[in-house]
Structures are given as C-alpha cells and as structure tokens.
Design a binder for this molecule. Structure first.
Ligand code: G
Ligand code: G
Ligand code: MN
Ligand code: NA
Length: 253
C-alpha cells in the first residue's frame, strides 16, 4: 500500500527512467533497442518493472507510467536523430494491454510523437501475445489505427500466449519476439529445437521478422541464424543499460 502511494508520485517526481537493451542482426549490426522501465525509488534502490508494472496495472497509474515511458523514448529518438550514427536506430516500447484499451491512448500517443517531432517509423510498440486472449478484435482494430500513424508493432513473448494462427494472420505485426524459454530449451532438447525452427517458419509464412529473446551464447545465436532467425536480443550482445552507458556501448561497436 505504501509502495502504491509512492508509485503515484513517482512519475511527477521524475523517478521513472528508461534502460535500453540493444537488438542486433546476425552480423552484429545494431538495429535498435528495447526500452525497459526502471523506478529510481527515493530509498536509492532501482526497482524492476516486474515489481511496479503489475502494481500500476491494478489502477489507472499504468496509463500515466506508460505515457511517461513513451515520452522519454521519443525524447531519446529526437536526440538520436541529430547524429548520423544513431538516427536510424529504433526504440521498442512495451505497451500494457490495459493501456492500449484506454480510450485516450491513440490521441495521447499522437501528441507525444508530434511534440517530439520524430519519425513514427522509428517507434516500435510491443504487445504480449497473451494480450490477445480477450477482446482480440477490439485490440486488432486499435493496433491497425496505430499502425496507420506509421508506428510498427512487435508481438512479445511469442509462443507463450493463446492467440490463434487465424488471429495472428490478421495482426498488423512486423516482428515476432520469440520467448526466451524456446531459445533456452532448444540446446537441451531435440524436440524444443524443432519447435523453435517451426516458430521461425511461422514468422516467414506471415511475412514477419523473427527476433529471438534471451540469447546468451554463441551456440544459441548460430543455431538461430541457421534456422533463419533475423534479429537477436540477449546478454550475449548486451544487458539493459542506462542511456549514457548505451551511448558508450554504441561508440564501441
Ligand atoms: O527490464 P526487465 O528485463 O526486468 O523487464 C521485466 C518485464 O517488465 C518485461 O516483461 C518487460 O516487458 C516489462 N516492462 C519493462 N518496461 C515496461 C514498460 O515500460 N511498460 C510495460 N507495460 N512493461 C514493461
Ligand atoms: O518485454 P520482455 O518480457 O521481453 O522483457 C525482456 C526481459 O528479458 C527483461 O527482463 C530483460 O532483462 C530480460 N532479458 C534480456 N536478455 C536476457 C537474457 O539474455 N537472458 C535472460 N535470462 N533474460 C534476459
Ligand atoms: Mn518486451
Ligand atoms: Na518478451
């Protein structure tokens, strides 16, 4: 309860910050980053989104936090647009299903993009596959309206939700983010490895790109490249890091 009250003030007090984890191609080229929210709590600890996002989702706070995350991501894109080394990089932002269902979401998103003056094509929104288990048709309509703004969609934690292949075919999604459990099980089990291959084939049939999450070893990366996976994210390449650490990391690439 205490934490909930503090979270209510966190946005106004500038305690929500973004860390960024790079996303790369098979040859190591960086294509963008995923923005991951952190709460710099007054006690000094950096709280994980696993703690405060579910808490925020219990009330309308998720809308405020979600909008703040979008604002910061767009500000970063605006700064990056000033340098030839960073102007092509995309930022992927996680959107909570509740946030997407809120009626002001699309207009607020439009305002944030206009105010930052960024190219909407550099903003990618991630929705988890499980978000489609209820209200799928309403969600698909919202996703289409947002795609019409020039923003692209990625389906997060793919393979762990309950979306049908029929729904998947109708989604305005450019990228499937394969849940890290498939990547991690593939090394140990032959059946898991074949499943991973089939998931990548699904992305190809749907004309979507496939990003493997949680890639921690060269062996995993090479296996995935061999299966036709085209994007990668994981500790093998880089951990989530602050914006200034990311800028140093990018320079070193
Ligand atoms: O940052 P970390 O790797 O601990 O992320 C944990 C979880 O929190 C992930 O599932 C991620 O999708 C989620 N998450 C991180 N940032 C945000 C955010 O800004 N909004 C929402 N809705 N979820 C987020
Ligand atoms: O939104 P999503 O649930 O995909 O959030 C990404 C989460 O995965 C974050 O919590 C991030 O810290 C975590 N993560 C990123 N790379 C790796 C990795 O290589 N291994 C593991 N175990 N977790 C990772
Ligand atoms: Mn994500
Ligand atoms: Na994920």
């Amino acid at each position: 309860l205490q934490l909930e009250r503090e979270l209510g003030r966190a946005v106004r007090n500038g305690q929500i910050e973004l860390h960024y984890q790079p996303q790369v191609r098979g040859d190591g080229t960086v294509t963008g980053v995923e923005a991951l929210a952190r709460w710099r709590h007054p006690s000094g600890t950096l709280l994980s989104p696993d703690v405060f996002i579910p808490l925020a989702e219990e009330s309308t706070l998720i809308n405020e936090i979600g909008l703040e995350v979008l604002r910061q991501a767009c500000e970063t894109l605006k700064r990056w647009s000033q340098s030839t080394k960073t102007r092509h990089l995309r930022i992927a932002v996680n959107v909570s299903p509740m946030q997407l269902m809120e009626e002001d979401f699309t207009p607020s998103l439009t305002t944030v993009i206009r105010q930052a003056g960024i190219d909407p094509a550099l903003l990618e929104l991630e929705l988890t596959e499980s978000a489609l288990s209820t209200n799928a048709s309403v969600i698909v309509d919202k996703m289409r309206a947002i795609e019409a703004l020039g923003i692209t969609w990625a389906l997060d934690d793919f393979g762990t939700g309950y979306s049908s292949l029929a729904t998947l075919r109708q989604l305005p999604v450019r990228k499937l983010k394969i849940d890290r459990q498939f990547v991690q099980e593939a090394a140990a089990q032959d059946s898991a490895q074949r499943l991973l291959g089939k998931i990548i084939e699904i992305s190809q049939v749907m004309h979507m790109s496939a990003l493997a999450e949680g890639v921690e070893s060269v062996a995993q990366r090479d296996l995935l490249i061999g299966m036709g996976c085209d994007h990668f994210q994981g500790y093998l390449f880089a951990r989530p890091m602050s914006e200034s650490m990311l800028e140093d990391w990018l320079k070193a690439q």
